[in-house]
Design a protein around this ligand. Structure first.
Ligand code: ADP
Length: 485
């Protein structure tokens, strides 16, 4: 049997039932490392999406009224199931994205952490009493779930992006209609299957796949959906914000970044190199917190480039599921084309190609979207790599003279998600961290996607935070109750 014939078929998940789409049609899901069909996902029409919304709306009052401890128990059960099924989950992620199995396993573990964290935070949704201005009055606040939520997620972390949205939503007492990325629906379908096993009641979590704009229109124009939580590109985020404005739906947006990575001359250069190699090439550079502009102080530029080149030459590129691979493929042809366009543009405009810079077409790579890990130096501000998120395995190095100059350059873009810098000067670490206009700043640190961290950006990188102490805030409405006695 061919791969296409054995590919798993993912129906819609509506009101606790795996449901054939009204269209009767499915689209193919491709493994970007091999070009093979690894799944088929349903194409929902408007009526299917509306049924999912109806289910989420009908069951919402019951789910919201459950004791938080009971919702937490269900999420903890789901956490257990994630751990018990981690090999299979990681395999699905690796097949749909091509990413190294080890990184897919890390993603599964991260999901388990988020499930537990949100389950527990759900039990700590406190209100306040407020001293009133007059003696015969009492004021208190309570926090209540916002209602049914539309969650729209990307392909780069097909499990953890889903969990980072549904875990806080469910813990807070919201219900969800999930629309995962079309490139990775099998990972999302596995979440729904495990949620069923964990005892998440019918209708509390629903999943629809198909045409994104069409599904988005139905979700955003239905009054029963009270919130949209989205991770993805800035243009789609802006579109959803406009659509949400019509009914003043609550929104959380985790959009694109253009992260600066700054290395001062007083830094521990070995640690900086280890940090940049890890965070730049993780997930083949396809993360929104991936450094896109590496600023190295002039005096250490040559040493930095020589050491970095050595590391990058040691990275092994291949099909992630085969193991022993550091860097997988780009997600699709468009992703690969963008990377090669960025590199060509930089070279034409005078950049130096230090290492890499080519599509890989050898025996192990010919059927996938592989690109060699690349370092470019002598980057100028008029190059595409300086102005757009490359979203690929390309490290672009710029130089600077002074602290103020590099702060200004780092802040000169419209987005502000993650920023990193390396220094051993204590005063500088405080000055620079306070001056950078970013939602998250790593000082001698590159691990920002952890459950304790309030993850999110400023400026056009979005609004709202996932994880950390306020993880449920975006799924709760504050209500004031005033009593005259
Ligand atoms: P990327 O470039 O990383 O694929 P996108 O913003 O295009 O980022 O995709 C992120 C998510 O947004 C995916 O689930 C995708 O299907 C969805 N999406 C894309 N366009 C729309 C749209 N017009 N309305 C609603 N969702 C959309």
């Amino acid at each position: 049997m061919s791969a296409a014939e054995t590919a798993q078929q993912h129906q819609l998940f509506i009101n606790g039932q795996w449901t054939e789409p009204s269209s009767g049609q499915y689209f193919d899901v491709i493994n970007p490392a091999t070009g093979e069909i690894v799944g088929k996902a349903a194409i929902a029409d408007d009526s299917d999406v509306t049924k999912a919304i109806e289910a989420s709306h009908r069951v919402f009052p019951e789910w919201a009224a459950k004791p938080a401890a009971e919702r937490a128990r269900t999420l903890r059960k789901l956490q257990q199931l994630f751990l018990e099924n981690k090999d299979q989950l990681a395999r699905t992620v690796s097949l749909e994205t091509g990413k190294p199995l080890q990184q897919a396993l890390m993603e599964v573990n991260t999901c388990a952490e988020y499930l537990l964290w949100n389950a527990e935070e759900g039990r700590r949704v406190y209100g306040e009493t407020i001293p009133a201005g007059v003696g015969n009055k009492r004021l208190k606040t309570i926090r209540q779930p916002v209602g049914p939520v539309a969650a729209i997620t990307p392909w780069n972390f097909p499990l953890s992006m889903v969990i980072r949205k549904i875990a806080p939503a469910l813990a807070a007492g919201c219900t969800v209609v999930l629309k995962p990325a079309e490139l990775t629906p099998g990972s999302a379908a596995q979440v729904c299957r495990l949620a069923e096993q964990a005892g998440v009641p019918a209708g509390v979590l629903n999943m629809v796949t198909g045409n994104p704009a069409q599904i988005g229109n139905v979700l955003l124009s239905d009054k029963r959906i009270r919130k949209v939580t989205f991770t993805g590109s800035t243009p789609v985020g802006k579109l959803l914000l406009k659509q949400a404005a019509d009914q003043v739906k609550k929104v959380s947006m985790e959009l694109g970044g253009h992260a600066p990575f700054i290395v001062f001359e007083d830094a521990d250069i070995e640690k900086a190199i280890a940090g940049i190699t890890q965070v730049k090439f993780f997930n083949c550079g396809q993360t929104c917190i991936c450094p896109n502009r590496i600023f190295v102080q002039n005096s250490i530029k040559d040493k930095f480039i020589a050491l970095f080149k050595e590391k990058v030459q040691g990275l092994k590129v291949g099909n992630g599921i085969e193991g022993n691979v550091d860097v997988g493929p780009l997600i699709n042809q468009a992703g690969l084309d963008k990377v090669s366009r960025h590199v060509e543009d930089a070279v034409v405009k005078g950049a130096t190609l230090v290492v890499g810079g080519e599509k890989l077409t050898g025996e192990n790579h010919k059927d996938g979207f592989f690109y060699s890990p690349t370092i470019l130096s002598d980057i100028k501000e008029n190059m595409l790599v300086s102005t757009e998120e490359t979203f690929g395995p390309v490290a672009s190095i710029l130089t600077f003279e002074t602290e103020q100059e590099v702060i200004d350059k780092a802040n000169s873009v419209d987005v502000g998600l993650a920023a990193y810098f390396f220094t051993n000067d204590l005063s500088r670490s405080i000055r620079v961290s306070e001056a950078l206009q970013y939602g998250m700043v790593g000082i001698n640190d590159t691990a920002l996607a952890q459950v304790e961290i309030p993850f999110g950006g400023v400026k056009e990188s979005g609004m709202g935070r996932e994880g950390g102490p306020g993880t449920l805030d975006d799924f709760l409405d504050l209500k004031l109750i005033a009593t005259t006695i």
